[in-house]
Design a protein around this ligand. Structure first.
Ligand SMILES: Nc1ncnc2c1ncn2[C@@H]1O[C@H](COP(=O)(O)OP(=O)(O)OP(=O)(O)O)[C@@H](O)[C@H]1O
Ligand SMILES: [Mg+2]
Length: 578
């Protein structure tokens, strides 16, 4: 019987490999630019025509190759980057498979021009995987790879290419990612003769981020710095108030290598907890440094994904890093100043009105606001005497805003947003424990509800009890409240209950991942003191005290600012004193 199993010729094997490594022009661009960076280039030029469908050219000023290497580089598994499998652990270079060049050359008309700076350069022409010509050529040190007619010999693949503009966008993204991974390397991307991305060599990450993502987005970011054991997480995350439902950018690096990981992005979002509106998607760039043995980078043909030994642990670290960074922001939107001018001090340190610390004490008058709230993590660790003493009283403006002199300027607090934050955190804190104090009513309040609202009462019965609503059913559509919470003196229990139940029934806080958080946010929103309510001086002081004891004082449960600051320098600048 004739043998049916054959060893595939190299050209066919290369074409199969090409299917995994080179999916579209952007993947070729990525591989070629990565090779240039591995070759130590400081300037890389990328030119595309028709989104790369007709032409892709990448030139660099890296180490180049001599004649022998230039030919060998086109063989499958030819790599200068690793020698034995063990080298893969902690591999620093982008490349290590020795697959990209032969894969690309097998599905295109390919020309490699290179010179290692010693003697004459070399030009190699390959057609659909077959080396056609090797010749001398004059050129400076460096390498140029030119690809025409990508997928000319694999029409099935060619059919899958999208429009030129869509392919161009994908290449732009690929170059942008590498540009962020290597701020020191200069890059220029031309699409059909027009420069679409140009970054000079020698930039810092901040400068690079601004150049690639644009100033408005870059300026809405705050730094992240977090270390746990041998792991480190550095980068930038968007201020909660600037996050939007659309148009976000995310970028992850592991030991300098870009990768994709939706679970880590979600972990980062979880770090925002209640600081952003459920529909909003914050932009972020996180660079993780991990011991080489804890991450495997060789799990995806195009190296787009990695595998962590302790995935859950890494997710937890990312979430914690984000939470930690948010806790540190002086997130008060400063009037008239850019994000770049913020000092990044913690709120407790920057503006915690320490004259309020201890002001609550046992004074029953002051305990009207959320009497159960204790000092949260935001207030911990900062000895009161170390803080500057804000002076003067707390004023109320338009029955809506609280004003006082902070350590470095005028501070304005939105009373409703602030109280929302206070209630939300105290509910979340108390959920594990015995629940919040309630007030028994002599005469129950009865309410008629719709079917959906009755369903909501049933679904959230436990949680309602925890915040202090004792509800019983009369049968039919009527329910009775026998006990209600008392979060502040002018609290209207019946109205709060109705509004909350309507919100829950309509799924108004539907984007919240966690049921408990959704409930707490709904309750906080409806129970908080409203805009337009007059507070006396003691209530104002008590509210601020509670706010600064929160872990995220600068944001309400919708992710809006609770605090706005007018720094003293800004006043001085405006009045011409500086
Ligand atoms: N721009 C370049 N400058 C200098 N040498 C290069 C350049 N591009 C490729 N080479 C050489 O050719 C070899 C093969 O490149 P190729 O991209 O095929 O494999 P690799 O980068 O080693 O691994 P991978 O397949 O993971 O990218 C490289 O190891 C490198 O030695
Ligand atoms: Mg490579």
């Amino acid at each position: 019987m004739a043998r049916r199993i054959q060893i595939l010729p190299d050209t066919v094997a290369d074409q199969i490999a090409a299917g995994e490594v080179v999916e579209r022009p952007a993947s070729a661009v990525k591989e070629l630019v990565e090779n240039a960076i591995d070759a130590g280039a400081t300037r890389i030029r990328i030119e595309l025509e028709q989104g790369g469908k007709t032409k892709i050219e990448v030139s660099d000023d890296g180490c180049g190759m001599g004649r022998e290497d230039a030919v060998v580089a086109l063989d499958r598994h030819a790599t200068s980057k690793i020698r034995v499998a063990a080298d893969l652990i902690g591999v620093q270079s982008f490349g290590f498979r020795g697959e990209a060049l032969p894969a690309i050359a097998s599905v295109s008309r390919f020309r490699l021009t290179t010179c290692d700076g010693e003697g004459i350069g070399t030009e190699v022409e390959v057609n659909g995987g077959r080396i056609d010509r090797v010749a001398d050529v004059a050129r400076q040190r460096g390498t140029t790879v030119s690809i025409q007619g990508l997928f000319f010999n694999t029409p099935a693949r060619r059919k899958f290419l999208r429009s030129a503009s869509s392919e161009s966008r994908a290449s732009w993204e690929a170059v942008a990612t590498i540009a962020l991974a290597h701020p020191a390397v200069g890059l220029e991307l031309q699409l059909d003769g027009r420069v679409r991305l140009a970054v000079p060599p020698g930039q810092s990450l901040d400068e690079r981020l601004e150049a690639v993502w644009g100033a408005p987005l870059a300026r809405s970011l705050v730094p992240v710095w977090y270390a746990a054991g041998a792991f480190e997480i550095a980068g930038f995350i968007q201020r909660p108030g600037d996050a939007q439902p659309t148009g976000r950018r995310t970028q992850l690096f592991i030991n300098g290598r870009p990768f994709r990981d939706n679970f880590l992005v979600r972990a980062a979002e979880a770090g925002y907890r209640s600081a952003i509106h459920p529909g909003d998607r914050p932009s972020l760039l996180l660079a993780i440094t991990a011991p080489a043995a804890d991450v495997d980078v060789n799990v995806h043909p195009a190296k787009l994904e990695v595998r962590f030994r302790d995935r859950i642990g890494v997710e937890r670290m990312v979430e914690e890093a984000v939470r930690d960074a948010l806790g540190k922001i002086d997130a008060a939107a400063r009037i008239g100043t850019g994000a770049g001018e913020r000092e990044g001090q913690g709120w407790a340190a920057a503006s915690g009105p320490d004259f309020l610390a201890g002001a609550v004490g046992d004074d029953p008058g002051l305990s009207l606001f959320a009497p159960e709230a204790g000092p949260g993590p935001g207030a911990a660790g900062e000895p009161a005497e170390d803080r500057e003493r804000p002076l003067g009283e707390v004023l109320q403006l338009f029955s809506t805003y609280l004003l006082y002199q902070g350590p470095d300027g005028l501070v304005i607090v939105d009373q409703h947003s602030a109280h929302e934050r206070v209630i939300y955190e105290s509910v979340m804190r108390r959920f594990e424990g015995g629940g919040l104090p309630a007030q028994r009513l002599l005469l129950p309040i009865t309410l008629d509800l719709t079917d959906e609202e009755l369903d909501a009462v049933e679904a959230y019965g436990e949680s309602l009890g925890r915040v202090g609503f004792e509800v019983s059913s009369f049968g039919g559509r009527t329910v009775a409240l026998h006990a209600v919470p008392a979060p502040h003196p002018r609290f209207d229990a019946a109205r709060c209950f109705r509004e909350m139940i309507a919100d829950l029934a309509r799924g108004r806080f539907g984007g919240w991942a966690n049921r408990l958080e959704r409930f707490a946010a709904t309750y906080a929103c409806r129970a908080a003191v409203k805009a337009g309510e007059r507070l006396d001086e003691r209530e104002r002081v008590a509210l601020l005290t509670q706010l600064f004891a929160c872990s995220l004082p600068p944001h309400d449960v919708h992710g809006r600012s609770t605090i706005v600051q007018l720094p003293r320098e800004e006043m001085e600048r405006r009045f011409g004193r500086r």
